[in-house]
Structure formats: C-alpha cells, structure tokens
Design a protein around this ligand. Structure first.
Ligand SMILES: Cc1ncc(COP(=O)(O)O)c(C=O)c1O
Length: 387
C-alpha cells in the first residue's frame, strides 16, 4: 500500500470517466474530411457511407448481414418485432443492466422476466433460465426468447446460455449494446448469437457523435424483415408498407464518423485491454476485480467496473480527487418504477441487489494514459483505506 501511495502525484488534474475530446482531436482531420464528402454528395439518408459501414461491420464480425440503425434501443426493438414477439410473450432479461434491455420488451407489448446474474462476470447466469421459464409459464405467458447482455463489454457465456435455452426451444437475442469488439475464441460479438444488437452511443467502444446502432445476423429472413422495419415497413424503394415499421435508420453523417472510428478500432480495443490489465494488476489486492481477458474471452472493455464496500463514500473520495466514476447500475431493473407492473412480487435477485450496492466504474478509454490509470489506482487505494 505504501509503495502505491508513494507514486500518487502531488497535483491532480481531472480524469473524466470517459474522455471523448482526446479521441476527437486525434481523428478530427479524417472525420472532417468524411463529413465534408457526405455533405458534398448530399445523400443524408442511407447514403453510400451507410452501405460501406454495413459492409465493413459485417466483415469485422464475420456475419452475413449488418443493418445500421438509429440506436441500440431501436436495434433491439426491431429484432423483437422481426421475431414476431408481442403481447402474451415473455423475454428473459438480466436484472442487472441498463433499463433499455427490459424497456424494449415492454415496447413490443411483451413481458420482461428478470433473471439474476453471475457475481464474477456480472452477466446473465445460465442456471437461472429454467426457473425463469417456469415462472413465465405459471403466469400464463409464452416464453419466446432469452436476451443476455454483454455487460461492460464482456461477452456473456453464450455456449452455456444456448445449451439451456435450446432445451426450452428459445432463441438468443444478444443485447450487445456495450460489447462491440469483444470476442469468444475466433468469433466476434455479432456472431455469437443468431441476432445481435449493438449501440454506437458516443461512449460505447465504437461510438458515433450522436445516436446509432446495428443489427447483426446470419439469418437472411430476419435481416430482410429488419431492413423493412427500419424504413417504415417498406421493401426497398417501394411505396407499400409491407409491415408496421419505424424511422429507424442510421444517419449518413454518423456512418461517415463511424467509418473513421472503425479504421482505428482494433488499435483502440488493444489499448483498452492494456489498461484493463494495468488496472487488474494494480488493484487486485485492493478490491474485487472484473474477470480478466483470457485467451478465449476478450472483453471490449467498455467500462472497467470493480466492486468495493462503502462504495458511495469511496466514490465521493474519488470525486474529491477529481476522478470521474460511474454507477452502472445503482438500481437493479426489478426496482425501477417503469417495470413494477411486470413483477410477480416474488423476484429473488440477490446478486443483482449486491452488485447495485458495490459496483464502481473507473475511467476507461483508448486515450487514457498509463500514468492517469495509475493515478486512479493510487487514489482508489487511498480512498478505500480512509473511508
Ligand atoms: C445494455 C444496453 N442495452 C441497450 C442500450 C441502448 O442503446 P442506445 O443508447 O444506443 O439506444 C444500452 C445503452 O447504453 C445498453 O447499455
């Protein structure tokens, strides 16, 4: 501990949780050039950059289809609509995630069934699926899908989840909003489930300068339906609405920005992994760590989230030292007012409750320096010691 404290700089400059300004400065010339090109051709909706991005993202993940859409949330809604999920149906979702994961299920008229997560990975536990399916059926609902989330960038255990979901005849829909760039073995996120939905919200590993998302799949039929839904239910340029759709397209200018970011994305993923390893080695004696990358499972490291006792006091001590942190998530989904009507009152989700009290996300991003990351570690150690 003393050795760590000895390294703490005397004067601290603020370290934000995310620093998008540095990345923008690094890429600004190329982004300006690409935006200017889009303005010159003027195809603001589904312009050539969208087609190019869809091609490059599909190739990056090794899937047949990428449909670029307006947000991660809309990607999930379109996937659920394309799978025909609606009133009377149930979709299993983790209780410890961002609210959108459950909100999209309600948006299509179905009911989210909350499933507890694994304390080590923070991801949906396969062992919980049987009970959740039984509980949905007991309520007269028809289970239709299992929707794991790759929390903080780490892919869920799709092999284990699929084995149990298959026994119930349920497909997996990956809420991969946080994990684009992660991988398991030779497969990247996007290819780990029959349909995967990603977000390009600015702070995500691959982030636009506005909202954006994508649906990734190998399934020709699902891809065709999602493409229709994305544009008012129309087939191509046709006038007829073939189905109820949405205005769900990614803007051409956001696609241009994402193409620029994609050109450096692999290097950025490597940098995130380096920082995660640095955090892991500096903090392993100090607080509970997220699982490290292995040869097989690689996180996209959207966030580096530790667990600490007296979390709120520790967080305040870091805020006092001008270190930005995040609470993802302070309230598990079954405690959100918006989902009260989906509950039976018998939900038993102890791991989600525990995580909500203990998680603390530390600064992360490709432009964070080693020195800054070490300063975060030193300050965290000091804060834990003193609270
Ligand atoms: C797990 C999860 N699902 C869905 C979403 C929704 O994505 P978007 O903000 O792009 O709509 C997010 C965004 O933070 C998320 O973290």
């Amino acid at each position: 501990m003393t050795a760590i404290l000895a390294r703490a700089p005397v004067t601290d400059s603020p370290i934000p949780l995310f620093d998008l300004k540095r990345q923008q400065a690094r890429l600004r010339f190329d982004i300006d050039r690409r935006i200017a090109k889009a303005l010159d051709h003027g195809q603001y909706i589904l312009g050539p950059e969208v087609t190019e991005l869809e091609h490059d993202l599909a190739a990056f993940c090794g899937v047949k289809h990428c449909i670029a859409v307006s947000s991660g949330r809309d990607a999930l809604i379109m996937a659920l609509m394309a799978m025909g999920i609606g009133p009377g149906d149930a979709v299993l979702v983790p209780a410890f995630t961002f609210s959108a994961t459950a909100a999209v299920v309600l948006t299509v008229g179905a009911t989210p069934i909350f499933v507890d997560v694994d304390p080590a990975t923070y991801n949906m536990g396969a062992a919980e699926i049987d009970g959740a399916v039984a509980s949905a059926k007991a309520r007269g609902l028809t289970p239709k899908a299992v929707m794991p989330v790759d929390l903080f960038g780490r892919p869920a255990d799709y092999t284990a989840l699929k084995a149990v979901a298959d026994m119930h005849g349920l497909p997996l829909i990956a809420d991969a909003a946080q994990s684009f760039g992660g991988s398991v073995g030779a497969k990247r996120v996007g290819a780990l489930a029959p349909i995967s939905c990603v977000s390009f919200y600015p702070t995500k590993p691959l982030g636009a300068f506005g909202d954006g998302g994508a649906v990734l799949t190998d399934d020709d039929d699902l891809a065709g339906i999602v493409r229709q839904i994305r544009t008012h239910g129309r087939q191509g340029d046709g006038d007829e609405a073939m189905r109820i759709g949405m205005t769900g397209r990614l803007d051409t200018i956001q696609a241009a920005i994402l193409l620029s970011k994609l050109s450096v994305f692999k290097a950025e993923l490597n940098r995130r992994a380096e920082l995660a390893a640095l955090y892991q080695s500096e903090l392993s004696d100090i607080c509970t760590q997220p699982p490290a990358d292995t040869k097989s499972v690689r996180s996209a490291w959207a966030l580096y989230t530790v667990r600490v006792k007296y979390r709120d006091a520790v967080r305040q001590a870091l805020t006092d030292r001008q270190i930005g942190t995040g609470l993802f998530y302070r309230v598990p989904l079954h405690r959100h007012p918006a989902f009260a009507a989906s509950l039976t009152g018998e939900e038993h989700l102890p791991v989600s409750e525990m995580l909500a009290n203990e998680v603390l996300s530390l600064p992360m991003g490709p432009d964070l320096t080693d020195e800054e990351a070490r300063h975060v570690c030193d300050s965290l150690a000091e804060a834990i010691e003193t609270v």
